[in-house]
Design a binder for this molecule. Structure first.
Ligand SMILES: [Zn+2]
Length: 370
């Protein structure tokens, strides 16, 4: 049995891989395209109008690739790029340093500046009319509309609010002047204030799209702030500082019935499976459920373990563990010093460690609270 691949998602199937980065299409995007096609069919829209939508999303994809490729230059991996009806998201692994974040954030809008610039130059060279920027979004033909769309993508993304690129640029600049959590908090609050103003404007003008975007920005800003605060709590800490050292292991020759007994006896969900002093793998609660549901509770533990279990060195930075638990895979991480099992990390005990760090940090700031 192998662990399910945490990066796969049934809601956003992979449609391509570019430079080693999976490109995913969210199912709401497919619905959106179907709705557009139906609307276009009903209104007898021109072919240019229909072609514009995929063309714009191709520019959005190039925008996200701009982020991803600059991140790659800094040695930062992009987990995947997902296209949603309201835009794209490049999931970058780990926390870039402020200078890196600045360039990664700027790279996306820069791509759209280049696209709009090149088309404008071609229009100039061929003596064609240049696109006119009017807020009414009147149609000016495919190529000029594409310039306007790219200009809109730049302006929209450079709004200084998380999770927009402008919010990241602002945080990166602030983080060069002050500690990262404070920079994030300032950028986050500003982002939420902007989102509220935008949402209120949406309510008064009856613009539903504005309200949706405002909500998306507001939630995104909150998420970004809490994620950064979480990282600040584990920064400069090692895996050994937070790991469990008292836990139970199970021998590979035991049956799943024994594992059930151990699960019920304590509050441990995942058990390292051992053969003498050797660690063979991990038996998770999920595996135990699945095997028992299939009527195999009398099987040996060894038949149902994850052999390519997640492992970390005791001296590994703790933020790596936080990153690993931020995906869909919540199974325990075994802490291995060479071949020797020295500890274990679970999302719960990492959460408790962070809670303690936060409490200590608070009481250090405010001694009257004890
Ligand atoms: Zn972007």
């Amino acid at each position: 049995m192998s662990r399910s691949n945490s990066s796969s998602s049934i809601w956003a199937p992979r449609i391509a891989t570019i430079a080693g980065i999976p490109i995913r299409l969210h199912f709401t995007f497919v619905l959106f395209l179907a709705w557009l096609a139906a609307a276009a069919n009903q209104q007898k829209q021109d072919a240019e109008g229909i072609a514009l939508i995929p063309a714009i999303f191709f520019c959005v994809l190039l925008h996200e690739l701009g982020h991803a490729l600059v991140a790659k230059r800094f040695g930062i991996k992009t987990r995947d790029i997902t296209l949603y009806p309201i835009g794209g998201v490049a999931m970058i692994e780990g926390r870039p340093k402020p200078k890196e974040e600045f360039w990664i954030a700027v790279a996306g809008p820069a791509v759209n500046v280049v696209i709009a610039g090149v088309i404008t130059l071609v229009l100039l060279a061929t003596g064609s009319d240049l696109p006119k920027f009017d807020l009414g979004l009147g149609r000016q033909g495919f190529i000029r509309d594409l310039v306007i769309a790219n200009a809109f993508i730049v302006v929209f993304n450079m709004v200084p609010a998380f999770p927009m690129d402008g919010g990241r640029v602002l945080r990166a600049v602030l983080a060069m002047l002050m500690p990262n959590p404070k920079a994030t908090q300032i950028a986050g609050v500003l982002g939420q204030l902007l989102a509220m103003a935008f949402g209120i404007a949406g309510v008064f003008t009856g613009n539903i799209l504005w309200m949706v975007i405002a909500l998306f920005v507001f939630l995104g800003a909150g998420q970004e702030v809490s994620a950064t605060l979480a990282f600040s709590l584990v920064e400069h800490r090692r895996v050994r500082d937070a790991m469990l050292t008292q836990f139970r292991t199970i021998a590979h020759g035991e049956t799943l019935n024994t594992a059930w007994r151990m699960l019920l006896d304590g509050n441990q969900d995942d058990f390292p499976v051992v053969y003498g002093s050797e660690t063979l793998g991990l038996l998770t609660k999920g595996n135990l459920y699945a095997a028992s549901a299939a009527g195999r509770a009398d099987d040996y533990v060894a038949d149902h373990i994850i052999r390519d279990f997640r492992r970390l060195l005791p001296d590994a930075p703790l933020e790596v563990a936080l990153e690993m638990f931020s995906g869909q895979d919540r199974t325990a991480i075994l802490v291995m010093d060479g071949d020797q099992l020295v500890g274990m990390l679970t999302p719960e005990n990492l959460g408790e460690f962070m809670m303690r760090e936060q409490t200590l940090a608070r009481s250090a700031q405010d001694p009257t609270r004890g």
